[in-house]
Design a protein around this ligand. Structure first.
Ligand code: ADP
Ligand code: MG
Length: 715
């Protein structure tokens, strides 16, 4: 062996700047995609493929498929749609075999006018749809072609972009598809071979899997003779092999956990109820059965020698914070510190108030840590945390920064974790030596999915609301009848209650029909509620301003809070009993559910008024209907999955789901099942990975659990 041959793993860990074609200007763009190392980039897979092996004639384009073809512009111009009378821009393209219409619904007219002139030859890429007798492509990608070029010539002229099955990569601003293809073409060719397959050979043979290196090559640049429809559905062997590998190690970790094997030495806490018992006595209410059961599961994990990685799911208002507080007290009675991290300053402030209410009564210390703190206060807080004088820290991302050092961090609590990436959770974890981790979320994974993934190993569910809560009644109110909503609000205010009015965003510069929250707040104050004190809260405000408005609302000095979605998570004002959501059709289901959770927090009956835009899609209509029908977060999560479909649902970051590099849970559920069986059987066969031949597998498992998978597995 040549003495200087670098080992594959260290090459895989190298920065992307070591890749040919990635210069200092490209690097930050790739980082924006979450890619830092060569290995990250190898696993940055195409979203889909384009079949550019041949150019089809227009007559042979297939409905519902992404197609690539060449034609001449026959006509171009603006018109009104027959049904909704909306302006659209339309370009008719034809060849010898037929014609097709390209349509834009959002566009800049001058740009399109310049781009398409009659008789010009263009290349079109997009999904073909049929409407009755006509076929259309909405918002296609197009490229003008030089006059006189023969389409087939084109295939040969640009071998990286035509004449084969092309990967379509996820992009970011400043990175074009062409650039991405160029980078990954080289990158894969030169580096895929570094990825070693470490699956047990018997399993590879039984499941007929491809070696990972070959699989990566194939997935990025499929062979020309591949079956395109199989590829498009992600059912090709190459992808399946990558997915299997990913699931196998996840399930292997779970199998070992079930068998009681510890991969990392954690803290085994002792539970003597030094603080939890007194707290229980002080609380004005009793814990619900669900809270108590979940607390038992958490205690069990905390007492074990391996570090806890537990996901705590509970609907909004189910009392997660209190459970977190109890867990924190156990960590503190074991002379360790606790960090509570949440995504927004408002939420952090809210948590701080809860913890700061109880801990000092128990003789314990709490500090708040935020990016916006005055430097001196921050310095003092940091010193106290490092000296171990502080028992519990509540903070935003600021807690994760370098310079924040704990004397001994025992428990990390992350609230509303879908706002945090895996890396951020990992940063928190690194503030201690294998601290326990509790991740809380109010947007549940559908139960079926959670069970398949984790079994009952790592997820605790609070499936019960505190007694006396009245479910929020939800009404759908037509845009033209918003006076009805105002009347309802007035009635509540008359009884001393408070109200939220929520808008999707504050973006006055955007020329849409959206009412900007600021404008709306003014109008409400001037015309509709001139006698009522109204506050405004939006994302562009400084943290101090936000907090001032929030506390005025909490105190009851403001009767109506007009807000963008900054109140989405965790805000707790029990006296607010009505929420009106404007343009409700523009919100996703889980977001609507989160928003609605801001009311119905006290003993009084609450209502939620959904006011959609004048026109909205069928899917939006179904979402609104689900909101009217149920308050159950799990049912809403399931409905969300149904309406959006697996691709969309799992494509966005979803609380409780691991950040898989390759796998797509719904699409790959069968592979997950296989991987789970194989992993559990393997743990048994190898006597919990103690046999000699299982050592490479074990090392790989530790590498992955120590880095990515372990944290992913928290949920
Ligand atoms: P979550 O974080 O799950 O949305 P919180 O922990 O903020 O919910 O609790 C919502 C409200 O319910 C808080 O005001 C809290 O004090 C109260 N609460 C929590 N547990 C109980 C309980 N067992 N009985 C009555 N009220 C409770
Ligand atoms: Mg909460």
């Amino acid at each position: 062996m040549p003495p200087s041959a670098p080992d594959p793993q260290s090459k895989l860990n190298q920065s992307l700047s070591s890749i040919r074609g990635v210069g200092p200007r490209m690097l930050p763009k790739l980082e924006k995609l979450g890619l830092q190392t060569v290995e990250d980039a190898l696993y940055h897979l195409p979203l889909r493929y384009e079949d550019r092996r041949t150019l089809k004639s227009i007559a042979r384009l297939i409905d519902g498929q992404q197609e690539v073809f060449v034609g001449h512009v026959l006509a171009a111009g603006e018109s009104l749609t027959s049904r909704t009378r909306r302006k659209i821009y339309e370009v008719i393209v034809g060849d010898d075999s037929g014609k097709i219409s390209l349509k834009w619904f959002h566009y800049r007219k001058s740009w399109l006018q310049k781009r398409f002139t009659v008789n010009q030859q263009i290349l079109v890429i997009g999904e073909v749809r049929r409407f009755g007798a006509t076929r259309e492509i909405h918002h296609p990608d197009t490229e003008p072609l030089p006059d006189g070029i023969e389409p087939q010539q084109l295939l040969q002229k640009d071998p990286l972009n035509f004449g084969l099955i092309l990967p379509v990569y996820p992009l970011t601003e400043g990175l074009s598809q062409k650039q991405a293809r160029k980078i990954w073409f080289t990158l894969i060719r030169e580096n895929a071979c570094l990825i070693e397959s470490l699956l047990p050979a018997s399993i590879v043979a039984r499941r007929q899997l491809m070696p990972l290196a070959d699989a990566l090559l194939q997935v990025h640049w499929p062979e020309k003779q591949s079956d395109f429809s199989v590829l498009g559905q992600g059912r090709d062997l190459a992808r399946k092999s990558l997915v299997f590998d990913e699931f196998f190690y996840l399930e292997l970790g779970l199998a070992l956990k079930r068998a009681g094997v510890q991969l990392e030495q954690g803290i085994s806490f002792k539970v003597e109820h030094r603080y939890t018992l007194p707290l229980n006595k002080m609380l004005p209410f009793k814990l619900t059965d669900a809270q108590r059961r979940v607390l038992g599961e958490i205690k069990h994990d905390m007492m074990a020698e391996q570090p806890m990685h537990r996901l705590l799911q509970g609907d909004v208002g189910s009392g997660k914070t209190l459970v977190a507080l109890m867990a924190a007290l156990i960590a503190i009675e074991n002379d360790t510190q606790v960090a509570v991290v949440a995504p927004t300053e408002i939420l952090v402030e809210q948590h701080f108030q809860t913890f700061d209410h109880w801990l000092p009564q128990l003789g314990l210390t709490v500090v708040l840590l935020q990016g916006s703190m005055p430097a001196a206060a921050k310095r003092a807080a940091l010193a106290a945390i490092a000296a171990g004088e502080v028992d519990l820290v509540v903070g935003t991302h600021a807690v994760l920064q370098t310079g924040v050092e704990f004397k001994r961090l025992g428990l990390g609590i992350v609230d509303e974790q879908h706002r945090f990436g895996v890396r951020q959770r990992s940063l928190l974890k690194q503030k201690g030596v294998n601290p326990d981790m509790l991740v809380m979320t109010a947007t549940p994974i559908p139960r079926t999915l959670a069970m398949t993934l984790y079994g009952d190993l790592s997820v605790s569910v609070i499936d019960q609301l505190p007694p006396g809560r009245k479910p929020v009644t939800t009404h759908l109110i037509r845009n033209t009848q918003r006076d009805k909503a105002y009347q309802l609000i007035r009635k509540e205010l008359g009884q001393g209650r408070q109200a939220y009015i929520v808008y999707p965003l504050v973006e006055e510069s955007e020329k849409s029909d959206l009412l900007a929250a600021t404008e709306a707040a003014n109008k409400l104050a001037d015309e509709i509620f001139p006698d009522i004190s109204i506050g405004l809260l939006h994302g562009r405000m400084k943290p101090a301003e936000k907090e001032a408005v929030m506390s005025a609302f909490r105190r009851g000095d403001l009767q109506i809070l007009v807000s963008t979605t900054v109140i989405e998570v965790g805000v707790d004002v029990p006296n607010a009993t009505v929420m009106m959501i404007e343009h409700a059709d523009r919100f996703g289901l889980s977001q609507l559910h989160q928003l609605r959770g801001r009311v119905g927090r006290g003993a009084d009956k609450s209502s939620c008024l959904l006011v959609p835009s004048e026109y909205y899609s069928e899917d939006a209509g179904r979402r609104l209907q689900v909101m009217v029908e149920t308050n159950d977060g799990f049912r809403i999560a399931e409905a969300d999955l149904e309406i959006r479909g697996p691709g969309d649902f799992l494509g966005t970051r979803q609380a409780g789901l691991p950040d898989f590099r390759v796998a797509n849970l719904l699409k790959d559920l069968q592979v997950l099942e296989l991987a789970r069986q194989e992993a559990f059987a393997y743990v048994e066969q190898t006597d919990r990975l103690s046999s000699l031949e299982s050592q490479p597998v074990k090392e790989e498992l530790i590498r992955r659990w120590g880095g990515r998978l372990e944290l992913a597995t928290i949920g």
